[in-house]
Design a protein around this ligand. Structure first.
Ligand code: HEM
Length: 444
């Protein structure tokens, strides 16, 4: 660690130690504390890095790690600069993918092949199609969830999110399902996505993965996408693979895309669903939402901003680039700390207007902007609307963070719906960022 940096941010270096974490958490509000615990439990090094990002300024080089960017506008600029950066070289997620899926990724996930794939795939998920898709896939389990809540039962929202997202993946990939009401089938599909994503643990510093990890990843992918060729041939155009075929996306790319959806769209979406329910509870803002249901879209946006389930995005620099007066050299890596950048805007507030500086940085930016963004938004919305249809506020009765995972999440989030009708006005304190500003009056 460089000397001047150590002077600027002494506390940041102690953050991964227990004492440092306790000190940091003690100054935060209840929701920020819960969120911070999730990040720490997922990966203490990630927790330290995201917090370090608060002290280093907008652009900073950290030895052995590369460049950190914490300013949302600069982050978007780098992500949109495909002339100087790539996600294929070391530091980018495409580098991981090429090792797992093969060299064809180098064409399909950047450069002209990627442009063509995105162009053909631009209508795979629109807000309208995602909404209809989610309603079709989530309808049946949502009825069961609503029944349980109505009967006063406690339910594990994290597990429900994993099962619902597993359903979505099964649908997208055209996987054969024996019994549509058997949640365990969908839970194990989700678990495959988790195993696949877990292969990326420990790649913050380097995206080179070991040969045995490559073999494991290929085995999981082979297993999960074995049904793709048949579904691609026969599926109708209401399904993703049917739409891929109609859009002229070749089978190999469609299979690759299916693999990508599995990794990119499982843990991220489920994490946001569980954490969103917790945030609305912990801030008391579920009451404001009950009073004004048209705040659902801004609540979803705020859940995505504050949780930023993909907390950082890496790029490989292909030719020298100037970022805010600093020259980043060809061959170096850049990490956009999107979690830090997004949270610097302030505390969770469902009334927060769209922020033109951040836009939707939680979904990335530029040519790799999340393809599944409409689907993710529709999934979170459907869960919130299912809970709100109860007309009774929910209470978190127990929670536990997932440990050693790539995406911070609740392993367990048990809620129950109270008997009372929601009050017309909601609480929630303002003026604090999640990993940012401290307040002195956080309650447990
Ligand atoms: C809350 C949920 C989600 C978040 C926060 C999220 C975030 C992101 C981010 C930050 C990127 C850009 C990565 C980069 O530039 O290196 C990305 C790309 C991508 N995401 Fe998502 N994602 C989510 C859900 C989904 C879902 C549900 C799907 C589809 C089922 C999906 C499919 C993709 C794909 C295919 C890409 C690659 C796009 C490309 O390279 O052109 N994501 N996502």
């Amino acid at each position: 660690m460089s000397e001047p940096l150590a002077k600027e941010a002494p506390s940041a270096f102690a953050l991964s130690g227990r004492k440092g974490v306790m000190k940091l958490l003690s100054g935060l509000s209840v929701e920020a504390r819960h969120e911070s615990r999730l990040v720490f439990a997922a990966n203490p090094a990630l927790f330290a890095l995201l917090n370090l990002g608060r002290f280093v300024g907008p652009v900073r080089r950290i030895p052995r790690l590369g460049w950190l960017i914490t300013d949302p506008v600069l982050a978007r600029r780098v992500l949109s600069d495909s002339a100087h950066t790539s996600l294929l070289g070391e530091g980018g997620v495409g580098h991981l993918w090429a090792q797992l899926l093969g060299d064809w990724v180098n064409d399909a996930f950047d450069g002209p092949g990627h442009l063509e794939l995105r162009e053909r795939g631009k209508d795979l998920f629109t807000d309208a199609s995602a909404k209809a898709h989610v309603a079709r896939v989530f309808h049946e389990p949502a009825i069961r969830l609503a029944d349980k809540l109505r009967q006063g039962a406690s339910v594990d929202i994290s597990e429900i999110a994993r099962i619902w997202v597993g359903r979505m993946v099964a649908d997208l990939l055209g996987l054969p399902i024996r019994d549509n009401r058997d949640d365990s089938e969908f839970r194990s599909i989700f678990a495959c996505g988790e195993r696949l994503a877990a292969l990326a643990i420990g790649t913050i510093g380097s995206t080179v993965i070991k040969p045995e990890v490559v073999t494991e990843g290929r085995t999981i992918l082979e297993q999960l996408t074995s049904g793709v060729p048949e579904a691609y041939e026969n599926a109708d155009t209401s399904t993703l693979l049917g739409r891929c075929r109609e859009a002229g996306i070749p089978l190999r790319e469609a299979r690759g895309l299916a693999s990508l959806l599995l990794v990119a769209g499982t843990e991220t979406a489920a994490s946001a669903m569980g954490r969103g329910v917790a945030l609305l509870h912990d801030t008391g803002q579920q009451h404001a939402l009950f009073a004004k249901p048209d705040l659902v879209p801004s609540s979803v946006r705020e859940i995505l901003r504050v949780t930023s389930p993909a907390p950082l995005i890496g790029r490989h620099v292909t030719s020298d680039i100037d970022v805010s007066g600093k020259t980043i050299r060809a061959g170096e890596q850049v990490l956009m700390l999107t979690y830090t950048a997004n949270n610097a805007a302030g505390r969770f507030d469902i009334g927060r207007p769209h922020d033109p500086k951040i836009r939707q940085l939680w979904f990335g930016a530029g040519r790799h902007l999340c393809l599944g963004a409409p689907l993710a938004r529709a999934e979170i919305t459907y869960l919130l609307e299912t809970l709100m249809a109860q007309q009774r506020p929910w209470r978190v009765v127990r929670r536990r963070a997932s440990r050693r995972v790539i995406i911070p999440a609740y392993a367990e989030l048990i809620i129950t719906c109270g008997p009372e009708k929601p009050p017309l006005r909601g609480g929630g304190r303002r003026g604090e960022t999640l990993v940012g500003t401290r307040v002195g009056n956080g309650h447990a």
